[in-house]
Every structure is written in C-alpha cells, then in structure tokens.
Design a binder for this molecule. Structure first.
Ligand code: G4P
Length: 298
C-alpha cells in the first residue's frame, strides 16, 4: 500500500503518542462515520482507552440512514459506551454532548467528590480515523469563546488544552487512529466514505460494489435518481447494463457517442458521498447477539 501512514514505524509512533495522550485524560471521545460505524473504527481503541470513560459520536449522521443510526446507537450503548449521532458542522448538539460527557464521567466525578476534589475540570481527547470529522467537531464544540489554557504543571510539554467551560477541557489536537482492513470489504466501505484514498481501489470496482449493495438494501434509490420520464431505471439487469443506463439517462456520452461508463461510475460514487442518493448506511450492527440479548431480557 502506497500511503506512508501504513509503514509499521509510523504506526508504532502514532500508537505511542495516542497512549501518552490518553493517559492524560478522563474521557475519550471517539468519532466514527455513521455510514459505516464498524468499518470506520479501529478496534484497538478499546484497549487503548481501557479504564477511561468513553463516548462515541456517530458523525455525518446527516448522510446516514436514520433507522440504522438508531440501531447502531442501541448497539454501542449496550457495550457501555455513550453514543450520540451527530452532524459535526452544526453546533446545536453541543449542549446535549456536554450533558452526555457529564454522564459518561459520572463515576469519576463521584470519586472526585468523595475525595474532596471539587472544581477540577474533566479532560477529554478526540480520536478517530482520518476524515471522520475530528477537526470539524473540535472547532464546532470548542467554538470561538473557548480559551487555550497552555502548558500546566503535570502536563506533557507542548500540550494545549482548550477550556470549554469550568467543567471540561479538550486536548486541542485529535488522536489519529489508522483504519484496519484485513477484510477487503471494510476497505471498500472506507473508500466509499472517503476515509481512505480511493487510488488503492479503482472507481469501477467501488461503483459496482455500491450498485450491488444498493440493489440489495436500498432498491428504490437508483430508480429515484436515475430514471427519466422516457426511461425508467431497470435494476433487474447486469452491472454493465446498470452503468450504461446511468450514463444514458444522465447524458454521459463518450467519444463515438457511446455511453461513458467511467463518468457513470464517478457520478454514482459522488451522488452517494454527497447524499444525493439519499441517506444510506453501508453496514448493520452485529445484531444477532444484541437483539437476542434484548429479546431474552423482555
Ligand atoms: P478529520 O479531522 O477527522 O480528518 O476530518 P475533518 O474535520 O477534516 O472533516 C473531513 C470532511 O468531512 C470535511 O469535508 C468536513 O467538512 C466533513 N464533515 C465533518 N463532519 C461532517 C458531518 O457531520 N456531516 C457532513 N456531511 N460532513 C462532515 P471536506 O470536504 O474535506 O472539507 P470542507 O468541504 O469542509 O472544506
């Protein structure tokens, strides 16, 4: 794989930095992409943040299927992780997140109180794989009003804390986790949501995977987007024919008046990524166990 960040030395360094930073905080705020919440997490985070309060933000929820987002939240909450769906570009969730931070850290706050430690702000750091919206979230959540607190005794030199209010401080730089994709399908989902650079997979492969997925799980969306009054979109055909229909119906014509399948692939991917196909989630929570457990309880 071409990308520098995949070299083992680089990964070890990133991991060491993460461990160092995590040891300084009470709470780990992890971001994932709500369109593929499992593929866009690095499972190592569970070990790295052992003993810390946890919060998971299912970001880009504005692009994801709301019903699946709800199921994913239930799935993560069941694992003891506070979970909040989010559009990080929008600040209106900030109050709710602050409340959930307090809830996630309740044990720590109670322990502090018993020991007579009052007025010590909670400390949090934001982590996640590239492109899930970490910087966007820090900017929205911290806002303009927040002050950087600078170095403090007991804090690794150079660390900057953003004081959000008297209850909470945030490490100003997010922790970057590398995605893990031993399973090629995870790699495809990450490329579809642009969490990894797509050059490692070709556009045609991605588009064909997406077509197959949409036919199975969101059969209506292709017709809605690519039918024309004269030509309804027919999903009951080969991938090649589906791409041809997209090209014809959207007037993507190559030299020699042939349908431009390369541009059809690109359009399909772009339409998915920008939400023009509607709100779509590429995977489902591993529900069998969770739902069985819920059924057993009731
Ligand atoms: P990172 O720090 O985790 O690497 O991610 P970053 O905040 O840079 O966000 C990556 C891209 O995702 C940005 O778009 C950002 O605007 C977008 N984004 C972040 N949160 C959300 C969200 O909740 N919903 C949606 N729809 N998009 C979100 P970009 O195209 O790379 O940059 P720009 O167009 O914002 O300049």
């Amino acid at each position: 794989m071409a990308d520098l960040q995949w070299y083992p030395g680089h990964m070890t360094k990133a991991r060491r930095m993460m461990e160092e930073n995590i040891s300084l905080v009470d709470l780990v705020i992890e971001l994932t992409d709500a369109r593929a919440p499992l593929s866009s997490r690095n499972p190592d985070i569970d070990t790295l943040s052992r003993g810390k309060a946890r919060m998971l933000l299912l970001n880009k929820a504005d692009l994801a299927d709301p019903a699946q987002t709800e199921r994913f939240c239930a799935y993560f909450e069941k694992q003891g992780i506070q979970c909040v769906p989010l559009d990080a570009r929008n600040r209106k969730m900030n109050d709710q997140i602050r409340r959930r931070v307090q809830e996630a850290c309740r044990e720590k706050l109670e322990r502090n109180k018993r020991r007579g430690i009052l007025n010590r702000p909670l400390r949090a750091m934001v982590v996640g794989i590239p492109n899930v919206g970490k910087s966007t979230f820090i900017n929205s959540f911290a806002g303009k009003a927040s002050a950087k607190t600078g170095n403090k005794p007991g804090v690794t030199r150079g660390k900057q804390w953003i004081r959000l209010n008297k209850e909470l401080e945030l490490l100003d730089t997010p922790g970057i986790l590398w995605p893990k994709f031993d399973d090629p399908e995870i790699g495809i989902r990450l490329a579809l949501i642009m969490a990894i650079r797509e050059e490692i997979l070709n556009e045609q492969e991605l588009a064909v995977y997406l077509l197959g997925f949409l036919k199975d799980y969101y059969p209506g969306v292709l017709g809605e987007r690519y039918s024309t009054a004269e030509k309804p979109f027919d999903t009951d055909t080969s991938d090649q024919e589906l791409l041809t229909q997209i090209a014809q119906n959207k007037q993507l014509i190559a030299k020699g008046q042939t349908p431009d399948l390369t541009r059809a692939c690109r359009m399909l991917l772009e339409d998915f990524r920008t939400g023009r196909l509607g709100r779509i989630t590429l995977e489902q929570p591993e529900l069998d166990q969770t739902e069985d457990a819920v059924n057993e309880e009731t």
